[in-house]
Design a protein around this ligand. Structure first.
Ligand SMILES: *Cc1c(COP(=O)(O)O)cnc(C)c1O
Length: 539
């Protein structure tokens, strides 16, 4: 065993989803992609980390566009041949019934060992618990979180894996903290003592800068499900109120927390300022696993100061081929191509660019601007689906310039952040916690045009390594905010980006070089892991 592995704190990382490989359907979006990159970084840089997750039978939704131009969900059962049966199974009592959780091991994707819990085993009445990763509500959600948290700790014990620090990536893993407390109370500690001792072992990452995105449950429901593990209702209320807020619980049951970008650190501290007795929230900006997302030919060329255009055009052609194969549309490799791939939710404003057709239509009609979109909506989110349907309508209105790639996944994510010329990101500020897709783009020499949200304020040097739009303007008035940002988007896009692309090739190349060099280390998972150790894990 290496020196590092002998001396650093041993960490167990808990997360509901992992985006490790396109064949492994265990991620919905950014949270999972971060967790997947983290596990690969842990392996590459030799950290003593194991992961705990769930083996989802059907993963997240596969979302296809129907004949009517609207997204439809489809689920299928996945069997994997790249997982190892540990032979271990651990019990969790859920709603009064014994649920056996089978433990699989996965390390097939150059990742640190990941242990996955699975309730779909013969004899389980509740085999459905690990059916779908769709962020169910209410009792089903709690059942999934009990498998992850309680089952996860029991799996670690059964496997004989020793742990110094438990890292909860989002509040979903909070019941692991309850199990740590239960173990201590069983050994004779009081509730207070067990709380205090357990929080010394736990760190927590918060991701959601939108208050409604933070899950909560009535205390009665937690008791009914058995998630309290013997704790009294009054004790649960002390931890996180009633309704019981999972983020508040994690903030109070951890020694340290982190937000996922510097700006998000400020937002999160404001958002949770009223919570007494919570852990400090420090900011650790996300990073990406370069080998997964970045074309090594681009990195090499940038390193050597070589020609960036040829490797870039190669990546662009690969994206255009993917678009041709999936949608039958042939875009022009010599025209500006904007990439935009986001979860379909209103604050991301996927269709902002179409808001004033008089301004933008001429560019789309003559193909001077081409746009490739992708993004899935949550299966239960009709508003999100309407956004995707609108993008499909736009692709019909501008058939030679706009395409929508259905069923956004890691393959599309990689192709689109390599092969676009410009990466557009225009959420309503400050709602984007981090946004790792912009980092993928930046390191591939795909220039960012983004509002100053998430990670971008830390990297942006306007007109040097990309562009910002909107000057960090914020307004409570959504219409005012949108009008302001739309004007800013058109101004930068049409007066700076387009002329640079078509008329100042030399400057564009210099910006690509600056984009790669200014981000390749600063937003790598290596730097992120170093900060996790320095700011969260070391005591
Ligand atoms: C990178 C990636 C994400 C995360 O991107 P954001 O910038 O957070 O939107 C989500 N899904 C896929 C498939 C990705 O490749």
């Amino acid at each position: 065993m290496s020196e590092k592995k002998n001396t650093l704190p041993r960490v167990a990382y808990f997360c509901m989803e992992y985006g490790l490989d396109n064949r492994f359907k265990a991620y919905a979006g950014g949270l999972g992609i971060l967790a997947g990159d983290y596990m690969k970084g842990a392996k590459q840089y030799d950290y003593p980390i194991v992961g705990i997750g769930i083996k989802w039978k059907q993963g997240y939704t596969d979302q296809f566009i129907g004949e009517d131009g609207k997204p439809y969900d489809s689920y299928k059962n996945y069997d994997y041949d790249f997982m190892e049966d540990t032979g271990i199974s651990v019990p969790v009592t859920i709603r009064g019934r014994n649920v056996q959780c089978k433990v699989w091991k996965l390390d097939a994707f150059d990742n640190a060992p990941l242990y996955l819990l699975d309730t779909d085993v013969p004899g389980n009445e509740d085999a459905w618990i690990t059916g779908q990763l769709c962020g169910w509500f209410g009792e089903e959600r709690i059942a999934q979180e009990m498998v992850l948290g309680v089952g996860g700790i029991r799996a670690l014990r059964s496997l004989g894996i020793e742990v110094d620090t438990y890292h909860f990536n989002e509040g979903h893993a909070l019941f692991a903290g309850f199990e740590l407390m239960r173990e201590k109370m069983e050994d004779g500690m009081t509730f207070e003592e067990a709380w205090k001792a357990s929080r010394e072992q736990i760190v927590f990452t918060t991701h959601t800068p939108v208050i409604q995105g933070n899950e909560s449950h009535p205390v009665d429901r937690l008791i009914y499900m058995g998630a309290n593990l013997g704790m009294k209702p009054s004790q649960l209320r002390r931890l996180a109120g009633d309704p019981f807020n999972m983020t508040v619980g994690a903030l109070r049951l951890s020694r340290k927390s982190n937000a996922v970008a510097q700006l998000h650190g400020e937002t999160a501290n404001k958002m949770w300022a009223h919570i007494h007795g919570r852990s400090d929230i420090v900011a650790i900006t996300n990073g990406i696993h370069r080998n997964t997302w970045v074309d090594s030919a681009m990195l090499d060329a940038a390193e050597k100061g070589g020609d960036l255009w040829e490797p870039h055009q190669k990546n662009k052609r690969a994206l255009l081929e993917l678009i041709k194969r999936k949608n039958g549309v042939k875009l022009d490799e010599n025209k500006l191509l904007i990439g935009f791939a986001r979860r379909s939710v209103p604050y991301k404003r996927s269709d902002l660019i179409f808001s004033d057709p008089d301004t933008i239509a001429p560019y789309l009609k003559d193909g001077k601007i081409q746009i490739v979109f992708s993004g899935r909506a949550h299966p239960l989110d009709d508003t999100g689906k309407a956004i995707a349907a609108n993008l499909v309508r736009m692709s019909e209105e501008y058939p030679k310039a706009v395409v929508f790639l259905e069923n956004y996944d890691m393959e599309i994510g990689a192709a689109i952040t390599r092969g676009s010329d410009l990466w557009l990101n225009n959420p309503r500020r400050p709602k984007e916690a981090s946004g790792t897709s912009g980092m993928k783009a930046a390191m591939n020499g795909v220039l960012n045009l983004s509002v100053l949200d998430g990670w971008w304020p830390e990297a942006c040097d306007h007109g040097v390594n990309g562009w910002q739009l909107g000057d960090a303007f914020e307004s409570e008035d959504v219409e005012e905010q949108d009008a302001h940002d739309l004007a800013a988007l058109y101004k930068v896009l049409l007066e700076e980006v387009v002329p640079t692309y078509y008329e100042n090739h030399k400057k564009w190349l210099e910006m690509m070089q600056a984009s790669i060099q200014s981000t390749r280390e600063a937003f790598s998972v290596k730097r992120m892991l170093e900060e996790y150790y320095e700011l969260l894990y070391q005591q």
